[in-house]
Design a protein around this ligand. Structure first.
Ligand code: IVH
Length: 685
């Protein structure tokens, strides 16, 4: 193969990449579209003549390729977390106070405030500067491989542009938002209408639909774009603040949102928030709020993350969009734990790009409190991804519309058991544990994304299997065979086989996921995670637990402890679980290296105020090193850390003869062990 051809091709590629960056990232082209197209065509011609010279970073790879039959799965090296929300100024101040309390500091904290694009979170993996894998967020841990679709986005570099001062790192996992511009969205929908196809409800759905296309040629025609906002692990690039990181990403060739601001304090954050809220409607893309991040990586690392979201960032959401419509009727639904939720059916109305025809009323008390009747005009609002809700009744001239009182049920609409309203609670319940509605809800929850995440067994499928008497309780799911499904409406051999396979595979799971799936009252993902950690994946131990032991777990209060205990003591539950366990489950403990952790086997209890850090931070630090944290004194506690004004726990600890550390000794122990502990370099996004 002639060497000069190879050189020529390389030169063309460099030239095209340069001009693409000027055009798509900097929005500042230096040649005309026609000249660019000519260069591109020249490259395509040469590559088709010498196909052996095509490389994965050639700009020709942006036009698509053969369709796929399905997406592969990709495990993120660091989970892609989500964010907690703040809905107003006050909640932003609360966020700052929480940070200061956790860090035990009075010093001003500086932030980076970035517009919150309403698109799709994706991760791009670069190895030695070359874009190798791109994936969706998925469930945060595992996403889908959409590399070829992402390659069609011109503002995503196929090769990082290193500079003299900084070569591209060996491994870089960039995170950001893929989105469609409003203009692109409009054109796309017009074309679809013209072609007799259904239209997308909003740019976000259109972006998601485009990226989950199995045929990359179709994706290539959609005007998608990308803003980078972070990396998976701050150790991948040598810098110490979010501001610097974005500057580096910019140098590497990524598009960074120009409305990003460095804020010296929370007041500047709030100013920028008001500013963005004012100008959001003039932007060429949708934003639904602003992401506020602690600027310093040192502080970010100290703050760490909770189960689903980092402590060092928050999404400040714009105030909800509100519209009025007519309340047609109210239906009473029975939840998984028997809670009765009134659901209003509404005259369909478009609210922020989404057509809404029903909304929740939270609980029966709300109907009375808001004085609602059928036929009323009501104000509804939708904030972010939250389910729309009725804010209030809107007064109309007397007699304009017939108002019909809403009949409040005294009995369960499904099993007809008398409903109860426990004292001091807002929620009316059906107390019958055998209520078919509760059972069905539980089954739906069990297989859902929040539960075992069994593909093919979504809400509709579970309703069908329940109504057909095929699945009545959880163990029935694991007894399912293809033959049970294949003849049912809407099923075929392939879908039946896939579902059975997914069911069987779901037995290899984590204890946290399994406990969440069981749907125990007050036990969500976070508590399930605490239980998994404490019992180290041993389900039998958890089943035998008592309230006192549960109360030792930091983060579990009396109400939750009682609920867990009651659940595992219930004879029906025990029978169900023993049938379930016969199918053979295995629970991987998420922290495999526990034995190697320097604090493995230690149980800390903190009492009194520490000077250098808050108790919360101290707890997180010892947990990161593999220790457990107790909230009550018992013989299981190995180290009692006593700060200032330690209270009665210290006396108890002395009575039991436990080891007591003062703050200084504790800090020495920590710093001695914590040096270079990689675990502290928690994931950034
Ligand atoms: S930071 C752990 N920064 O918002 C940090 N997220 O719930 C999480 N998003 O779908 C990501 N703009 O894709 C971050 N400037 C920004 C963002 C941003 C939009 C999305 C993100 C995710 C959601 C977070």
């Amino acid at each position: 193969m002639p060497e000069d051809i190879q050189n020529k091709i390389q030169k063309l590629r460099d030239e095209i990449a340069f001009h693409a960056h000027r055009y798509y990232v900097l929005d500042d082209p230096v040649i005309s579209d026609m000249e660019y197209d000519r260069l591109f065509q020249e490259l395509l011609d040469l590559e088709s003549e010498y196909p052996e010279l095509v490389t994965p970073d050639s700009p020709s790879q942006r036009v698509g390729g053969e369709p796929l039959s399905e997406f592969e799965q990709v495990e993120h090296t660091f989970p892609m977390l989500s964010l907690e929300n703040a809905f107003n100024e006050e909640e932003l101040h609360d966020f700052e106070s929480r940070l200061k309390r956790f860090l035990r500091t009075e010093q001003t904290i500086s932030f980076l405030a970035e517009p919150k694009l309403d698109g799709l979170a994706v991760e791009l993996v670069y190895e030695n500067g070359l874009f190798v894998v791109g994936s969706t967020r998925g469930d945060g841990r595992i996403g889908e491989d959409i590399t070829r679709n992402l390659k069609t986005i011109h503002s995503i570099p196929l090769r990082l542009s290193g500079s003299k001062n900084m070569a591209a790192p060996e491994l870089l996992e960039v995170r950001g938002e893929a989105y469609l511009t409003l203009e692109g969205f409009k054109t796309l929908n017009e074309n679809r209408l013209a072609a007799g196809e259904s239209v997308f409800a909003n740019p976000r759905n259109a972006a998601a639909g485009s990226l989950r296309q199995l045929d990359p040629k179709i994706t290539a025609q959609r005007p998608l774009d990308f803003f980078a906002y972070g990396i998976s692990d701050t150790a991948q690039i040598p810098c110490s603040t979010q501001k610097e990181l974005l500057q580096q990403l910019d140098l590497l060739g990524f598009k960074i949102n120009p409305l990003t601001r460095y804020c010296e304090d929370i007041f500047q954050v709030i100013d920028h928030f008001s500013y963005l809220q004012e100008i959001r409607h003039t932007l060429p893309y949708d934003i639904d709020g602003m992401v506020v991040k602690v600027n310093s990586f040192e502080l970010q690392n100290r703050l760490g993350s909770k189960a689903r979201s980092p402590r060092w960032a928050i999404a400040a959401k714009f105030s909800a969009t509100q519209v009025t419509t007519i309340l047609k009727d109210v239906e009473f639904q029975v939840g998984r734990t028997g809670a009765i939720t009134p659901v209003a059916s509404l005259e369909p109305v478009n609210i922020g790009g989404v057509v809404v025809s029903s909304s929740t009323l939270h609980n029966i008390g709300q109907i009375q409190k808001k004085g609602l009747m059928k036929g009323d005009r009501v104000l509804i609002q939708r904030a972010g991804d939250v389910i729309p809700e009725i804010v209030k009744r809107v007064e109309e001239p007397e007699g304009k519309r017939t108002r019909i009182p809403i009949r409040i049920p005294e009995n369960c609409p499904v099993c007809h058991h008398r409903l109860i309203l426990p004292e001091k609670e807002a929620v009316t319940r059906c107390p019958n544990p055998h209520c078919p509605a509760q059972r069905l809800r539980l089954l739906i929850h069990f297989t859902s994304k929040a539960g075992m995440d069994i593909e093919g067994l979504g809400k509709k499928a579970m309703e069908q299997l329940y109504n057909e008497n095929i699945v009545k309780d959880i163990p029935d799911i694991y007894g399912l065979k293809s033959a049970d499904l294949v003849d049912l409406d809407g099923w075929a051999e392939k879908s039946a086989n896939n579902a059975v396979k997914a069911i069987q595979e779901s037995r290899n799971t984590t204890l946290a996921r399994f406990i969440s799936a069981l749907g125990i009252r007050y036990v969500g993902e976070e508590v399930a995670g605490l239980l998994d950690e404490y019992y180290e994946g041993k389900f039998e131990q958890l089943m035998q637990t008592d309230e006192d032991e549960l109360l030792e777990i930091e983060g579990i209060g009396p109400q939750t402890a009682k609920s867990i205990r009651d659940y595992f003591q219930d004879s029906d539950v025990r029978y169900m679980l023993s049938r379930l366990m016969d199918f053979g489950f295995s629970f991987a403990s998420p922290k495999k290296n526990r034995e190697e952790s320097p604090f493995a086997g230690l149980v800390f209890l903190f009492t009194g105020t520490l000077a250098a850090m808050s108790r919360d931070e101290a707890k997180v630090r010892v947990k990161e090193l593999g220790a457990k944290v107790a909230s009550q004194i018992s013989r299981k506690v190995t180290h009692v850390v006593a700060g200032d004004k330690p209270g009665s726990k210290l006396n108890k600890a002395r009575e039991l003869g436990l080891e007591i550390l003062h703050e200084q000794e504790f800090t020495e122990l920590l710093t001695g062990k914590a040096v270079n502990n990689k675990k502290q370099q928690l994931s950034m996004f």
